[in-house]
Design a protein around this ligand. Structure first.
Ligand code: GLA
Length: 391
């Protein structure tokens, strides 16, 4: 479904729910990270792209004139009701209302009052699949509040406001990658983001001979669990032992020299991050040069490092990567790796565009035999970041 088709549908759904057409329509994409995993909170580089899967909101003023914001979702029975008259507090952990609530809190803290709204939300970003459905929802909410109030935030401020919502309302101490790409994605480009300086570089990705495939294992992960914060702590410990502000500043040589003084787990976490930052820079160069076999090798190396050193993969993700390797360059796959936080979710594969259908069939069939899972596969061109479609 194109974005136009999706927004037309959400507009109709709004009219069915609320009995009139929406005054505002906004969308924000999910993302797939091509390479640079678990590097954002180490001040490193990431290389994500926005995908053609979106959180869309349609909205109008509330007819009863009060300041409450009602958000109904086509994916959920219970609406989220946000009342700016009372201090906003997080809802119980796991509730989707936390994402829009956290974003609204950020606007209110800046003295921006949106007033009462009726909203309909429809998201095509798979939930809990490591494709940033939560960042898409946050950025979508922020874009709606911009449209309604006519106050446009600076893109960096907007992404950071959304990250804060995730920290304080959803309880997930994420880095900056997901919100940045959902705000700043560009059609036919990847985004090379320096997570220290927050400088962004668009890397063109418009060679029609290659495609990005996203393989969803449909294994759900829970990143607000203890694993993600534990990884962050281990990285901080490693940086402290190495005497650097962040692992971005450490070298592989310095890590080897310090090996005797570092706990093995912490050592391996640092080895992943230091190697991954280098791989990300090389992959961006490879993409600019259209050197797909090199990019593919870097993607496999990233996966092994996440599997063995960072230990955030799982059996199903490993199986997808093994299947990709067995198909190989001859069969049309340059590289494949797990993407996102890990512990389930998706793999991303770089493939030859003319064999997408064969590869899709083969991966689905082999996955079923190897792991018993029903995976889902789709391809996406790099999409644009959040947009106001109407209003
Ligand atoms: C999650 C977080 C991101 C990033 C990735 C791992 O998606 O939200 O900030 O840390 O995990 O690369």
């Amino acid at each position: 479904m194109t974005l136009q088709e999706l927004t037309a549908r959400v507009s109709q759904e709004f009219a069915k729910t609320y009995g009139r057409p929406p005054r505002w329509l906004v969308a924000a994409p999910g993302r797939v990270n091509v390479i640079g995993e678990h590097t954002d909170y180490n001040d490193g580089f990431v290389l994500p792209m926005a995908i053609e899967r979106f959180a869309v909101m349609a909205a109008d003023r509330s007819p009863d004139g009060n300041d409450k914001i009602w958000i109904r979702s086509v994916q959920s029975q219970a609406p989220a009701v946000l009342d700016p008259a009372k201090p906003l507090k997080p809802f119980p952990k796991g509730e989707w209302a936390n994402y829009p609530a956290g974003v609204l809190a950020g606007f209110l803290a800046r003295g921006i009052q949106p007033g009462g709204l009726e909203v309909l939300l429809h998201s095509t970003v798979p939930l809990g699949g490591g494709l940033s459905s939560s960042a898409a929802l946050e950025v979508c909410t922020a874009t709606l509040l911009e449209a309604v109030t006519g106050k446009n935030l600076d893109p960096v401020e907007k992404a950071l406001l959304c990250q804060k919502a995730e920290h304080e309302f959803a309880g997930m101490p994420c880095g900056i990658m997901d919100q940045f790409i959902s705000v700043m994605g560009r059609e036919n480009h990847l985004l090379l983001l320096d997570c220290r300086s927050r400088q962004t570089d668009l890397v063109p990705m418009n060679d029609p001979s290659v495609a990005i495939l996203i393989v969803n294992t449909n294994v759900k992960h829970e990143l607000t669990g203890s694993e993600y914060p534990a990884r962050r702590k281990q990285c901080e410990t490693a940086a402290k032992i190495l005497g650097v502000p962040a692992l971005r500043d450490a070298t592989a040589d310095a890590l080897e020299r310090a090996k005797g003084n570092i706990d093995d787990v912490v050592y391996r976490r640092a080895r992943h991050v230091i190697g991954e930052i280098e791989r990300t820079i090389h992959a961006a160069e490879g993409i600019r040069a259209g050197n797909w076999p090199t990019v593919g090798q870097l993607m496999y190396a990233s996966h092994y490092s996440l599997r063995d050193d960072y230990e955030v993969s799982c059996a199903e993700l490993d199986a997808v990567v093994e299947i990709a390797e067995s198909i190989g360059i001859k069969g049309g796959i340059y590289g494949c790796r797990m993407t996102g936080g890990g512990f389930g979710g998706c793999c991303v594969a770089l493939v030859r565009a003319n064999v997408v259908e064969n590869i899709t069939r083969k991966i689905l069939a082999d996955c079923k035999v190897k792991t018993g899972i029903d995976a889902a596969i789709f391809s996406s061109r790099p999409a644009a970041g959040a947009t106001i479609i109407k209003g």
